[in-house]
Design a protein around this ligand. Structure first.
Ligand SMILES: Nc1ncnc2c1ncn2[C@@H]1O[C@H](COP(=O)(O)OP(=O)(O)OP(=O)(O)O)[C@@H](O)[C@H]1O
Length: 794
C-alpha cells in the first residue's frame, strides 16, 4: 500500500508543470564590472609578484609588522603586495604563481568582452595542474633558489626525491610534461607537421598573390584552435560588403571575427579542431568481468578438496625398474644367435627397459629383408622361450626393427606414480588421462577430449576393469565436480558400484531414476537417448552462442558474454562409460547401437565422450559404424589374432602378456603401455574422500526421455499406459477414426509409439480390432462417453 501511495505521489509530482530553474546568469553590465575587477586584480598580482621577486629579502622583516604605518615596503604594491606575494610565491608556488594572475586575466577578459566561456573550467584546471608541475620542475632545477619553485615545489620535490631519487623525479616530470602538452596544449605530432605546412603554404600564397586576385578573392588562412570544440567554420564570403553584421549571443557555437577595413584582404578562416568523441571500449561483458571477475563454475563447491595422493598405494617395488644385466645379456645373445642361424647379420642392437617388457632395437646389416625377420617371430619366441614376444618391423619413424621381450620380473606400475608424475600434474588438457607407462618408462598421458571416444577390449581377467578405474581415477584427480560428470553403465552390477558414493558430485542420471549407476538394459536405452537429447540441446546452445565447441562456449560463458537468462549455462563434460558393451548389444541390438553411433559421430564438439569396454571384440559387437567413430582404441590381451585385428586393425594384442599389458592406438601408431594399477580399496578410499565432502543437492540431471516403448502391448494395464494415452483417445474419439497415423500426426509421435497406443486403446475398448487396410472402428461415441469409460476404469 505504502508503495502504491508513493508511486501515485511520484506521478503527481511528475504531472506538475516543471518549475523553471532560477537563472544565475550575470547581466551584461555586471559581466563587464566583474571582468574588469578580475583584470585589475590580475595586473595587481602580476606587478606585486614581479616586484616581490626583486625585493623579497628587503620586505621580509615587514611581513610581521603589517599594521605598522611607518615602515614602508619596497614592493611596488607596498605592504599588501608583499604579503600576498609572500603567500603565493614564497609559501606557495614560486615564480609559477604568475600563472594565477594570467588565469584571472583570461577569465576577466572573457567576461569583459562577453565571450562564450565554454571550456573555461578546463582551462583553469589544466592551468593549475601546469602551475603545480612547473613549481616542482623549478624546485627540481633550482633547489637553492627558494623563490623559483616556492615552498610547495621545494617540499614536493624533496619528498619525491626521497622515494624515487633524482632520476625518478626527472622521469616523472617528463611524463607530467607529456600529459600537459597533450591535454592542455592538445599537442600531437601531426599538429607540428600541419603547422609547418600551413606556414609554408601561406608564405607561398603571399608571394604569388596578384593585385587582381586580392580584389576578387579573399585569401583563406587556416588557424588551429585546439581548445574550442565548435565545428569547422569555413568563411566563404568573398566581398566584405556581403558580410552581414553578426549578433554574438545568437551564434553560440561560432567565433566569428568581423575583419576591419584594412584586414579584409586577410579574411581569416578558423578551422576548429574536432575533438574525437570518446569511444566506449568496454562492453557490458567486460564491465561485468571487471566488477565480478570471470565466472567461476567451481564456486558452488568452492571448498571442494581434490583427493590427495596419499589415498593411493605404492604397489610393487619402490624406486622404479630394477635392471637385470644378466637377463639383458642373455636375451641379446639369444636374439643375435637366432638371427645368425637364419643368416641375418646385425649391425647394431640397443635395449630399452620398460616396466613389463624390454625393447631390443636392431639395425640389420645392409641387404636384409624386413619381411624375413618378421616371419621369424615364432622362431625367436621359441629360442627365447618366452610368451608375449612382439616384433615391430620396422619401428615407425625410426628405421630399426623392434623386438619386445617380456621381463622375467614385471614391475607393477602403480596409479600413484603416474598421478604424481610431472607430466600428469602439469598436463594442460581438458580431460587428462594417465594410462600408465610406455616401454621407455615414460608416463603416458592423453586427452580424452581429443580422442574423442575410446574403445577398450580384452579377454576376461586381462585388466579392463583396472583400466576403466585408471581412467576414472585420473579424471577425479584432475577435475572439479563442476567440470565433468560421469554416466556409468555397468551391466555386471559390481564393477562400478564404488562410484555410487560420488553420485552428487560427479554422476549424471535420468530425472526419475533412483540409482545413478545404470545396470538395467531398458534404462541404458533411455539414458543413451537422453544423452542424444542433451547433445541436441547443447548444439542449440552453441549455435545461439555462435561458437564451435564446448571449450569456446565455456570460455565465453566464463567471460560473462552469455546471458544465463537466455538459457545459457556452464556445460560440464560428460563421460559415458559402458562396461560390457557386448552384453548390451546382444540384448538390445539396434536400440543401443543407433544412439551410441549417433553420439560417437556428433558428440565430440559438445563435450560428451564415450568409453566403451567389451570382452568380446567380435564384429557383430564392434560394428563398422562404431569402429569408424572410435579412432582411439585400447587392446588388452585377447585370445586370437582375429580379435586383435577387430580392435586394432593389426595383430599384436594376442601376443600381450596380460595383467594390464596393453596396446593403444589413435590412428596409425600402436604404443605398448603397461596400464597403471589401481586396486579396489584405493578407489573406495578416493570415492569416500570425495563423497564425505559437501555435495550438490542431487546428481546432475539429464534431459527427460519418454521412450517410444512406454506402455505394454495388448494387456490393459492402466499403470503402464503411455503418457499420451488419454490425449490420443480424445483425438480418436473426436475424429471417430481409429488410425495410428492420425495419432502420429496430431501428437507428433513416432510410428512405433503411436502403434502401441492404438494397441492400448484396443485393450481399453476404445477402438476395435485391426481390420487390415481399413481404419479401426471407434467404439466410443463422444468425449462424455470416453470420460465415463475412463473414470469407471479407475
Ligand atoms: N595394470 C595392472 N597391473 C598389474 N596387475 C593387473 C593390472 N590390471 C589387471 N591386473 C591384474 O589382473 C586382474 C584382473 O584384472 P581386471 O579385473 O581388470 O580384469 P578384467 O579384464 O576386467 O576382467 P573381467 O572382464 O573378467 O572383468 C586384477 O585383479 C589384477 O590382479
Amino acid at each position: 500500500m505504502a508503495k502504491k501511495a508513493k508511486k501515485t505521489r511520484a506521478k503527481a509530482v511528475k504531472a506538475k508543470p516543471t518549475k523553471k530553474p532560477r537563472s544565475y546568469k550575470l547581466s551584461k553590465q555586471n559581466k563587464i564590472i566583474l571582468g574588469s575587477l578580475l583584470i585589475v586584480a590580475s595586473i595587481f598580482l602580476t606587478l606585486a609578484f614581479i616586484s616581490f621577486y626583486f625585493n623579497w629579502k628587503d620586505d621580509q622583516s615587514l611581513l610581521t609588522e603589517f599594521g605598522e604605518r611607518n615602515e614602508e615596503a619596497k614592493n611596488l604594491l607596498k605592504k599588501f603586495g608583499a604579503q600576498v606575494s609572500h603567500f603565493f610565491m614564497y609559501k606557495g608556488f614560486g615564480l609559477t604563481s604568475l600563472i594565477l594572475p594570467f588565469l584571472l586575466c583570461l577569465k576577466g577578459l572573457y567576461m569583459f568582452l562577453g565571450m562564450d566561456q565554454k571550456g573555461m573550467l578546463k582551462k583553469w584546471i589544466w592551468g593549475l595542474v601546469f602551475m603545480i608541475w612547473s613549481s616542482i620542475a623549478l624546485g627540481f632545477a633550482g633547489s637553492k633558489q627558494p623563490l623559483l619553485g616556492g615552498l610547495v615545489g621545494y617540499e614536493m620535490n624533496d619528498f619525491l626525491q626521497d622515494y624515487v631519487g633524482m632520476i625518478g623525479v626527472l622521469l616523472l616530470l617528463l611524463f607530467g610534461l607529456v600529459i600537459i602538452l597533450v591535454r592542455l596544449f592538445q599537442f600531437s605530432p601531426e599538429d607540428i607537421g600541419r603547422w609547418f605546412k600551413n606556414k609554408s603554404s601561406s608564405l607561398k600564397t603571399d608571394f604569388k598573390r596578384s593585385p587582381k586576385t586580392e580584389e576578387s578573392e579573399a585569401p583563406m588562412t587556416l588557424s588551429l584552435e585546439p581548445e574550442d570544440e565548435t565545428p569547422v567554420i569555413i568563411d566563404t564570403y568573398t566581398h566584405k560588403e556581403d558580410i552581414p553584421p553578426l549578433v554574438e549571443e545568437k551564434v553560440d557555437d561560432f567565433e566569428v571575427t568581423i575583419p576591419g577595413e584594412e584586414e579584409s584582404e586577410d579574411l581569416a578562416m578558423e578551422v576548429e579542431k574536432i575533438v574525437e568523441e570518446k569511444e566506449e571500449k568496454k562492453n557490458i561483458a567486460d564491465k561485468l568481468v571487471d566488477d565480478f571477475g570471470l565466472f567461476d563454475p567451481t564456486l558452488e563447491l568452492g571448498n571442494y578438496k581434490f583427493p590427495t595422493i596419499e589415498l593411493l598405494d605404492q604397489h610393487g617395488v619402490t624406486g622404479g625398474i630394477t635392471i637385470n644385466q644378466e637377463e639383458l645379456e642373455e636375451n641379446k645373445t639369444k636374439i643375435v644367435n637366432t638371427l645368425k642361424n637364419y643368416k641375418i647379420g646385425i649391425a647394431q642392437i640397443k635395449a630399452t627397459i620398460g616396466p613389463t617388457v624390454t625393447l631390443y632395437e636392431i639395425v640389420p646389416e645392409a641387404g636384409v629383408r624386413i619381411s624375413k625377420i618378421k616371419n621369424l617371430e615364432d622362431d625367436i619366441a621359441l629360442s627365447l622361450a618366452a610368451l608375449g614376444i612382439r616384433i615391430i618391423a620396422p619401428i615407425p619413424g625410426k628405421g630399426t626393427i623392434g623386438i619386445e621381450v617380456p621381463n622375467k620380473n614385471a614391475t607393477i606400475v602403480s596409479m600413484r606414480s603416474v598421478i604424481a608424475s610431472t607430466k600428469f600434474q602439469k598436463a594442460e588438457m581438458q580431460l587428462p588421462i594417465a594410462f600408465g607407462k610406455t616401454i621407455s618408462n615414460e608416463t603416458f598421458v592423453v586427452d580424452l577430449a581429443k580422442m574423442p571416444h575410446l574403445l577398450m577390449a580384452g579377454a576376461t581377467g586381462q585388466g579392463k576393469s583396472v583400466g576403466l578405474n585408471a581412467v576414472l581415477t585420473s579424471l577425479l584427480y584432475k577435475k572439479h565436480p563442476a567440470e565433468v560428470k560421469f554416466v556409468l553403465v555397468d551391466p555386471k552390477k559390481v564393477e562400478l558400484t564404488l562410484f555410487n558414493k560420488i553420485e552428487r558430485h560427479f554422476l549424471a542420471k535420468l530425472p526419475d531414476s533412483e540409482d545413478a549407476i545404470i545396470t538395467d538394459n531398458t534404462k541404458v536405452i533411455h539414458t543413451l537417448n537422453s544423452l542424444c537429447i542433451e547433445m541436441d540441446n547443447r548444439y542449440e546452445l552453441l549455435k545461439t552462442a555462435m561458437v564451435r565447441n564446448i571449450k569456446e562456449y565455456n570460455d565465453k560463458f566464463k567471460a560473462r558474454k552469455l546471458n544465463p537468462n537466455d538459457g545459457h549455462m556452464f556445460l560440464p563434460y560428460i563421460v559415458l562409460v559402458i562396461d560390457e558393451f557386448a552384453d548390451l548389444i546382444m540384448t538390445a541390438g539396434k536400440e543401443v547401437e543407433t544412439p551410441v553411433a549417433r553420439l560417437a559421430q556428433l558428440a565430440r564438439a559438445i563435450g560428451i565422450h564415450l568409453i566403451i569396454a567389451t570382452q568380446r571384440p567380435s564384429v557383430n559387437v564392434i560394428t563398422g559404424i562404431i569402429k569408424a567413430n572410435f579412432p582411439a582404441r585400447i587392446a588388452f590381451r585377447v585370445t586370437s589374432k582375429i580379435d586383435s585385428r577387430t580392435i586394432l586393425d593389426a595383430s599384436g594384442a594376442d601376443q600381450l602378456i596380460g595383467r594390464g599389458d596393453m596396446l593403444y592406438t589413435q590412428g596409425n601408431d600402436v604404443t605398448r603401455i603397461q596400464c597403471a594399477f589401481v586396486d579396489t580399496p584405493e578407489v573406495e578410499k578416493i570415492t569416500e574422500y570425495i563423497g564425505s565432502q559437501r555435495a550438490y543437492p542431487e546428481a546432475h540431471q539429464l534431459p527427460e526421455y519418454v521412450g517410444e516403448d512406454s506402455g505394454t502391448s495388448i494387456d490393459n494395464n492402466i499403470s503402464e499406459r503411455d503418457a499420451k494415452f488419454r490425449e490420443a483417445a480424445e483425438v480418436i474419439v473426436i475424429a471417430q477414426q481409429g488410425s495410428a497415423s492420425l495419432i502420429q500426426r496430431k501428437l507428433k509421435l513416432g510410428y512405433n509409439r503411436a502403434g502401441r497406443i492404438v494397441d492400448q486403446l484396443e485393450a481399453a475398448g476404445i477402438v476395435g480390432p485391426f481390420e487390415g487396410s481399413k481404419a479401426r472402428q471407434v467404439l466410443v461415441a463422444d468425449l462424455v462417453a470416453l470420460e465415463h469409460l475412463l473414470n469407471n476404469e479407475i
